[in-house]
Write a protein that binds this ligand. Structure first.
Ligand code: CU
Length: 161
Protein backbone atom coordinates (compact mmCIF):
# COMPACT_ATOMS: atom_id res chain seq x y z
CA UNK A 1 0.00 0.00 0.00
CA UNK A 2 1.32 3.36 -0.98
CA UNK A 3 0.89 6.11 1.58
CA UNK A 4 0.44 9.28 -0.40
CA UNK A 5 1.60 12.69 0.64
CA UNK A 6 -2.02 13.78 0.81
CA UNK A 7 -2.83 11.13 3.36
CA UNK A 8 0.12 12.07 5.52
CA UNK A 9 -0.85 15.73 5.49
CA UNK A 10 -4.44 14.80 6.21
CA UNK A 11 -3.51 12.65 9.21
CA UNK A 12 -1.00 15.17 10.51
CA UNK A 13 -3.63 17.89 10.35
CA UNK A 14 -6.11 15.78 12.27
CA UNK A 15 -3.56 14.92 14.94
CA UNK A 16 -2.54 18.55 15.31
CA UNK A 17 -6.13 19.71 15.59
CA UNK A 18 -7.03 16.96 18.02
CA UNK A 19 -4.09 17.91 20.25
CA UNK A 20 -5.05 21.55 20.09
CA UNK A 21 -8.63 20.83 21.05
CA UNK A 22 -7.90 18.43 23.89
CA UNK A 23 -5.40 20.73 25.63
CA UNK A 24 -6.93 22.96 28.28
CA UNK A 25 -5.60 26.31 29.32
CA UNK A 26 -6.04 27.15 33.00
CA UNK A 27 -5.73 30.72 34.18
CA UNK A 28 -4.40 30.31 37.71
CA UNK A 29 -6.84 31.97 40.11
CA UNK A 30 -9.17 32.66 37.18
CA UNK A 31 -10.01 36.38 37.06
CA UNK A 32 -8.09 37.00 40.28
CA UNK A 33 -4.89 35.87 38.65
CA UNK A 34 -1.67 35.18 40.53
CA UNK A 35 -2.05 37.39 43.57
CA UNK A 36 -1.80 37.81 47.34
CA UNK A 37 -4.06 35.97 49.76
CA UNK A 38 -5.89 33.87 47.21
CA UNK A 39 -6.84 30.32 48.12
CA UNK A 40 -5.12 28.32 45.37
CA UNK A 41 -5.73 25.06 47.26
CA UNK A 42 -9.44 25.54 46.79
CA UNK A 43 -8.99 26.73 43.21
CA UNK A 44 -7.27 23.44 42.33
CA UNK A 45 -10.04 21.32 43.81
CA UNK A 46 -12.17 19.53 41.23
CA UNK A 47 -9.76 20.30 38.40
CA UNK A 48 -7.96 17.62 36.44
CA UNK A 49 -4.71 18.58 34.82
CA UNK A 50 -3.35 16.50 31.96
CA UNK A 51 -0.08 16.45 30.06
CA UNK A 52 -0.34 19.09 27.32
CA UNK A 53 -2.53 21.41 29.36
CA UNK A 54 -1.31 24.90 30.10
CA UNK A 55 -1.14 27.04 33.22
CA UNK A 56 -1.34 30.79 32.75
CA UNK A 57 -0.08 33.02 35.56
CA UNK A 58 -1.42 36.57 35.23
CA UNK A 59 -0.10 39.38 37.44
CA UNK A 60 1.30 42.90 37.13
CA UNK A 61 4.85 42.41 35.89
CA UNK A 62 7.36 43.20 38.62
CA UNK A 63 4.95 42.64 41.51
CA UNK A 64 5.24 38.88 41.52
CA UNK A 65 6.99 36.07 39.73
CA UNK A 66 6.61 32.33 39.24
CA UNK A 67 9.11 29.74 40.37
CA UNK A 68 8.84 26.04 39.72
CA UNK A 69 10.17 24.31 42.83
CA UNK A 70 10.26 20.87 44.41
CA UNK A 71 8.06 19.64 47.25
CA UNK A 72 10.45 20.59 50.03
CA UNK A 73 10.98 24.10 48.70
CA UNK A 74 7.25 24.41 48.35
CA UNK A 75 6.59 23.44 51.98
CA UNK A 76 9.23 25.80 53.32
CA UNK A 77 9.03 28.51 50.65
CA UNK A 78 12.71 28.19 49.85
CA UNK A 79 14.09 29.61 46.64
CA UNK A 80 17.34 28.16 45.47
CA UNK A 81 19.50 29.88 42.86
CA UNK A 82 18.74 27.07 40.42
CA UNK A 83 15.09 28.09 40.30
CA UNK A 84 14.52 30.16 37.22
CA UNK A 85 11.84 32.76 37.75
CA UNK A 86 9.20 33.61 35.20
CA UNK A 87 8.57 37.32 35.31
CA UNK A 88 6.57 38.43 32.27
CA UNK A 89 3.25 38.83 34.09
CA UNK A 90 1.62 36.55 31.55
CA UNK A 91 3.57 33.37 32.07
CA UNK A 92 2.37 30.29 30.26
CA UNK A 93 3.59 26.94 31.48
CA UNK A 94 2.85 23.84 29.42
CA UNK A 95 2.54 20.74 31.55
CA UNK A 96 4.92 18.36 29.84
CA UNK A 97 5.08 15.44 32.24
CA UNK A 98 2.80 13.72 34.72
CA UNK A 99 3.25 14.02 38.49
CA UNK A 100 3.21 16.69 41.13
CA UNK A 101 4.21 20.24 40.18
CA UNK A 102 4.88 22.99 42.66
CA UNK A 103 4.90 26.73 41.94
CA UNK A 104 5.57 29.61 44.28
CA UNK A 105 6.03 33.36 44.11
CA UNK A 106 9.60 34.34 44.90
CA UNK A 107 8.91 37.97 45.75
CA UNK A 108 9.24 39.03 49.41
CA UNK A 109 7.37 36.70 51.73
CA UNK A 110 4.46 36.21 49.35
CA UNK A 111 4.84 32.44 49.55
CA UNK A 112 5.30 32.22 53.32
CA UNK A 113 2.77 34.78 54.46
CA UNK A 114 0.43 35.54 51.58
CA UNK A 115 -0.32 32.06 50.24
CA UNK A 116 1.20 32.54 46.79
CA UNK A 117 1.82 28.86 46.30
CA UNK A 118 0.24 26.34 43.98
CA UNK A 119 0.55 22.58 43.87
CA UNK A 120 -1.09 20.50 41.18
CA UNK A 121 -1.07 16.89 40.10
CA UNK A 122 -0.66 16.29 36.39
CA UNK A 123 -2.27 13.15 35.01
CA UNK A 124 -0.75 11.34 32.08
CA UNK A 125 -3.69 10.87 29.76
CA UNK A 126 -6.90 12.60 28.90
CA UNK A 127 -9.89 10.44 29.62
CA UNK A 128 -11.42 8.93 26.51
CA UNK A 129 -14.29 11.11 25.31
CA UNK A 130 -17.30 9.30 26.65
CA UNK A 131 -20.52 9.24 24.66
CA UNK A 132 -22.88 11.83 26.03
CA UNK A 133 -24.41 9.93 28.93
CA UNK A 134 -25.17 13.20 30.66
CA UNK A 135 -28.06 14.24 28.49
CA UNK A 136 -28.86 17.91 28.51
CA UNK A 137 -25.35 18.89 29.54
CA UNK A 138 -24.01 21.68 27.39
CA UNK A 139 -20.52 20.17 27.71
CA UNK A 140 -21.38 17.35 25.35
CA UNK A 141 -22.25 19.71 22.51
CA UNK A 142 -18.83 21.32 22.18
CA UNK A 143 -16.76 18.20 21.34
CA UNK A 144 -19.28 17.24 18.68
CA UNK A 145 -19.02 20.65 17.05
CA UNK A 146 -15.24 20.46 17.08
CA UNK A 147 -15.34 16.94 15.72
CA UNK A 148 -17.39 18.13 12.81
CA UNK A 149 -15.04 21.04 12.27
CA UNK A 150 -12.02 18.74 12.23
CA UNK A 151 -13.69 16.42 9.74
CA UNK A 152 -14.67 19.37 7.59
CA UNK A 153 -11.22 20.98 7.52
CA UNK A 154 -9.69 17.57 6.98
CA UNK A 155 -11.78 16.77 3.93
CA UNK A 156 -11.29 20.27 2.59
CA UNK A 157 -7.53 19.78 2.77
CA UNK A 158 -7.83 16.45 0.98
CA UNK A 159 -9.37 18.21 -1.99
CA UNK A 160 -6.99 21.13 -1.99
CA UNK A 161 -3.68 19.29 -1.76
CU1 CU B 1 4.10 37.51 44.86
Amino acid sequence: MVISRTNIIFIATLVALATLISATEYTVGDENGWTLDFDYQTWVQGKHFFVGDKLVFNYPSGKHNVLRVNGTSFQQCIMSSSNEALTSGNDVITLLSPGRKWYICGVGKHCELRNMKLVINVESMSPAPSPSTSSGSSNSVIPKTYGFLVAFIGSLLMFLV
